[in-house]
Design a protein around this ligand. Structure first.
Ligand code: HEM
Length: 498
């Protein structure tokens, strides 16, 4: 080989190596920095024009048909990732629970929670506060006998109220009376009469906030916080929370007077006691202080009242719409435990049809379309790269209505939770309480309340449409607020003929 051919070979080899290196760098760049594809964003507004604010979940599910089950979506300038269907949500929330376990920012609630509490906090505050809250609620009896007793006592009060209508119509709002007293009992150590002014104030403020947070103007504010200078609603929310805090501070003062150094009986007392002993963390300063206590009480009131009440409202609407289902629920209760003793939590094992109906009410009612998450660290997911802090929308609706998981997703069908022999069947795609690190902190309480209130009321009363109406007149479409509520309806309750 002469000098020229040697040089040519070396030149060729060198060129090949350089080409390979460039290709490698480019391809690795693609893997590392690829964000899921999605609709092209418009300047300033991003993709917001594609959202129907009265049903964001359905708009997003429509987009998934074009862009796939993991796609990007621009909320104003904020790039977010939408997760659609059972597979994508399970993979993220369950298999990569830590990576997808932070809360995405919600400016309307940050305005008054300021990063405190459980729902809308992150990092050390969230971890310590959630762990403390779960342990205290369990010590007080969440999901156990002491709270079961309180729910049965409350069932008696709500039954008496329903009975007082003597078969005349009343509105669905009646069902918002019972659940608050269960969480209030754990927070404040007492139940309130339904006409008590403090009770009405607390229930009323939470109701207003649910409506305001779900309103289109506040949703726009969440995407474009600069709108605070023109929109009234975000400011009204803060004012309503301040009004609530005046009531709560008085209840905290009463609890402070009653707390001893060694004993506590309520959540608030346990928190105050912890406050006395707590050490400061470097990251956030003191965690157990009054502003965090107020935020936690607010979260437990919000989570512990609206969700269960709204589910019961769906439940009795569906019982009016499907009287044959109600009849079967009543017959199962009558056959298994009779009509004289109230149902107990342990009875669930013998009441598979009731269990299936309650789960189907939750699936069909789908009261929380999603709560935003964010990535807690740089995350690789299905070949995409989501930097730390990416806003994530794990769409619960798309799991509860996933056509690959449910035989008739858009129909109320208790068979979704029954096997061929009529046994109750748990379903993996039942995401009503979400899954993973951020899953509902009150799930065991909610399950007990729904079971005892629902079975206890259907045992006693036959719920039906008011005179002059037919079940076909009943509207199953929803009112989209922070939660998805059924539209206002009237209902009658008469005792069953023996
Ligand atoms: C039918 C009743 C209920 C339903 C359907 C429900 C559903 C949910 C859902 C979907 C989430 C969001 C999870 C996520 O971000 O992925 C959540 C969070 C939460 N729920 Fe519930 N919930 C119910 C009842 C309750 C009750 C009774 C309490 C109070 C004891 C409660 C307290 C909370 C709290 C504190 C969080 C925030 C958890 C966190 O961010 O770490 N919920 N719930």
């Amino acid at each position: 080989m002469n000098f020229y051919s040697e040089a040519a070979t070396l030149y060729l080899l060198f060129t090949l190596i350089v080409i390979c290196l460039i290709r490698r760098i480019n391809s690795s760049k693609k893997v590392i920095y690829r964000f899921p594809p999605g609709p092209p964003p418009l300047p300033v507004i991003g993709n917001v024009h594609l959202l129907d604010l009265k049903g964001q979940d359905y708009s997003l599910m429509k987009l998934a048909k074009k862009y796939g089950n993991v796609f990007s979506f621009h909320l104003g300038k904020r790039k977010s990732v939408v997760l659609i269907g059972y597979d994508a949500n399970k993979e993220a929330l369950v298999n990569s629970s830590y990576e997808f376990g932070s809360r995405g920012a919600v400016p309307a609630t940050d305005n008054f929670q300021h990063g405190q509490g459980i729902f809308f906090s992150n990092g050390e505050i969230w971890k310590v506060t959630r762990r403390f809250t779960l342990s205290i609620l369990r010590d007080i009896g969440m999901g156990k006998r002491p709270v079961e007793g309180k729910i049965i006592e409350e069932l008696h009060h709500i039954s008496e109220l329903i009975k007082s209508f003597n078969g005349e119509p009343f509105t669905k709002n009646i069902f918002t009376n019972a659940p608050p007293n269960i969480i209030y009992g754990m927070l404040f150590g007492r139940r309130f009469d339904y006409n008590n002014q403090t009770f009405k104030k607390m229930v009323g403020v939470i109701d207003d906030i649910i409506i305001l947070v779900g309103s289109p103007s506040v949703q726009y504010f969440n995407v474009f916080p600069v709108l605070k200078y023109v929109l009234k609603s975000p400011g009204i929310i803060v004012k309503r929370v301040e009004e609530l805090n005046i009531v709560l501070k008085e209840l905290i003062r009463e609890a402070r007077d009653a707390v001893s150094e060694t004993e506590w009986a309520t959540y608030i007392q346990a928190f105050i006691q912890k406050d006395l002993n707590e050490t400061t963390t470097e990251e956030n300063g003191k965690i157990f202080q009054e502003k965090n206590l107020l935020a936690c009480i607010f979260d437990l009131m919000l989570g512990g009242t609206e969700t269960t009440s709204t589910t019961l409202q769906w439940g009795f609407l569906l019982m009016m719409k499907y009287p044959d289902v109600q009849q079967k629920v009543h017959e199962e209760i009558a056959n298994v435990i009779g009509l004289d003793r109230v149902p107990r939590w342990d009875d669930q094992k013998q009441l598979p049809y009731c269990m299936a109906v309650i789960h189907e009410i939750q699936r069909f009612g789908n009261i929380l379309q999603f709560l935003p998450h964010s990535t807690s660290m740089d995350t690789h997911f299905r070949g995409y790269f989501l930097p730390k802090g990416t806003y994530v929308i794990p769409l619960i609706t798309s799991v509860l209505y996933d056509e690959t998981q449910w035989e008739t997703p858009y129909q109320f069908n208790p068979n979704h939770f029954l096997d061929a022999d009529g046994n109750f069947m748990k379903r993996d795609a039942f995401f009503a309480f979400s899954k993973g690190r951020r899953a509902c902190a009150g799930e065991s309480l909610a399950r007990m309340e729904l079971f005892l209130f629902f079975t206890g009321l259907v045992q006693k009363f036959n719920f039906h449409v008011p005179p002059g109406l037919d079940k076909s007149d009943l509207d199953l479409t929803r009112d989209a607020f922070f939660t998805m509520r059924p539209k206002l309806y009237n209902i009658c309750a008469t005792t069953w003929q023996k």
